[in-house]
Design a protein around this ligand. Sequence first.
Ligand SMILES: Cc1ncc(COP(=O)(O)O)c(C=O)c1O
Length: 359
Amino acid sequence: MSAGGRIRVSNPARVHARTAEAAEAAVLDVLRGGWWVGGPVVSRVEAALAGVVGCAHGVGMASGTAALQAILSALGVGPGDDVIVPAVSFVASATAVLRTGARPVLVDVQSGAPMLDPSAVAAALTPRVRAVVVVSLFGNRVAPLELPDSVWLVDDAAQAMGRTGSYGDGVAQAFSFYPTKVLPASGDGGLVTTNDPELAARVRDLGRHGRMSDGRYGAVSEATPGNNRLDAVQAALLEARLPDLQARVAWRRRLLKRYRHHLPELVVPHDEGSNVAVVAAVHPDRDALRAALGRRGIDTGCYYPHPLTQEPVLAGARVPHPVPNAERFCATCLALPCHIGLTDADVDHVSAQVREVLA
Ligand SMILES: Cc1ncc(COP(=O)(O)O)c(C=O)c1O
């Protein structure tokens, strides 16, 4: 159980504690070395993380949102284009599209899982659609899609660093290192991975003011380049935490298995390769269940209380068909505690409390 008696949903401080000595020494090295933006540690971590993903190129970015936007812009997506996005995700999956000047097209997820429904994608395709953003929600693999050659597939893998096996078969992947992610920075950070060297170069230029090899600043695509770099302090922290990643993924998988054993009808299954970024449960009285667990010292999360179709910032999105599965999932989903600081006994306790509340 966590300090203070409460069981928390996630615990970045416990993650840090596992490699604290190496991480703190690495940060001191960066501070004392004075190379605070770019430099060798950023290059090393870009290569190491690309290796983890199994891609030839990695480009450090300021955040997962910046990574996703840069991929889309580097592919030439912009004003006049449509981009399909699942209606269940963090809002950035769709606002990254808006920021390119393109229009998000929000489509439904599957009925038993919050993952993009291939038939909803097929039904939303029009000649305006230039790309589909598939989301490895909670660390899961995305179902394969059949798309015309003119449509790019892009992986929003923000939650998926550490999963084994492929993501969604996209031309590039966008990762986030937000502190609650399975591989966290101690601040914001992101990464683009791809096997396409030209795409990697365009993404890099887009995040660095469009600086060209002759020192002048050029237009990389229709998008105006900006500053979206991964800084050296965050890179040093990621490098120090990376060796511990698979041990923590293994622990998360173990906790998920135990939750599934205790609460099989509530806990959403994951595929085998998942990094178990979130243990999600669904219940029709989600809000009452969360409140009761909270009173019993158990924190839960509610990451997506509304489908993206209901977010005011996305009022201009196209919604070609109703999204009943997304609506149901968002109305019933809660995130159960899952982190390296939890024991088997903690999972047994949380599960027993859920059972008691529901009895
Ligand atoms: C699915 C998804 N996409 C995009 C993002 C955006 O990442 P960031 O917060 O690093 O910008 C997140 C972060 O939570 C996410 O979960």
